[in-house]
Design a protein around this ligand. Sequence first.
Ligand SMILES: C[S@@+](CC[C@H](N)C(=O)[O-])C[C@H]1O[C@@H](n2cnc3c(N)ncnc32)[C@H](O)[C@@H]1O
Length: 257
Amino acid sequence: MHPDSIKQRVQQAFDRAAPTYDGAAVVQRRVCDRLLAECDWEDVLPKAILDAGCGTGYGAGILRHRWPQAHLTGVDFAPAMLEQARLALDDAHVADIEHLPFAAGTFDLWWSSLSIQWCDARAVFSEAARVLRPGGRLAVSTLCPDTFAEVRTAFSGIDGHRHTLAFNTPGAIGQAMEACGFRDIRLIRERHTVHYPDLKTLLRSIKEIGAQNVGQNGRQGMLGRAAWQQVEATYEQFRTPAGLPASYDVLLGYARR
Ligand SMILES: C[S@@+](CC[C@H](N)C(=O)[O-])C[C@H]1O[C@@H](n2cnc3c(N)ncnc32)[C@H](O)[C@@H]1O
């Protein structure tokens, strides 16, 4: 599929998911909290912050709490998501984070949590480098290849489709940052798992955060009954006392422009 039509599908999925996103975004909030917790920059007092792919504004809320003096700008290409974030922001723009509508050197901190995994990493980081002032900071979280490994295994038996996005490795993310001129790069990889009572609830929750283009990429439409039962049976092998796991292979990245 052409990158532009993938982008359009992702944008539409997030626009539709705006009303249900906050109720389902357990890992997304946890990852935002971790991204901020690892910003161990005692000397940094940003005046202007950009939240790239701000969603419904959870990140904006915790950034405001940490740096109350900063002017907070949010960008998201899904208007319905951005609408919910507006109250938490000083400035809100519907735009693509690969093509930011800001002048060079506008921001002291470029922040993005779980929003770049559908993008070209180099395009995103070169825009980040452009809109950051020299010495400005970057904080990003994204997903790595073991994300939803259970979903991939469960669906792999039934057809030839790849059922999750091809995520970047930490090495590729680090290289893209370096190629765009970032230095003092620090990467932290960690696993976050959520548990669900059954597979239907697990897949519904992926849909409610708008991430079905991550979880079931490549297949449209319903499964037949036999195929569904096979997927359920395979997924049951991963059950723990806490329920059926959905694992996120998360990368936190920090750098200086
Ligand atoms: C999983 S949500 C994360 C939202 C928020 N950062 C959070 O942590 O809750 C991903 C967000 O990124 C936005 N997004 C994805 N690709 C984008 C792009 N190329 N330009 C702008 N926004 C994008 C989506 O619309 C969605 O709101």
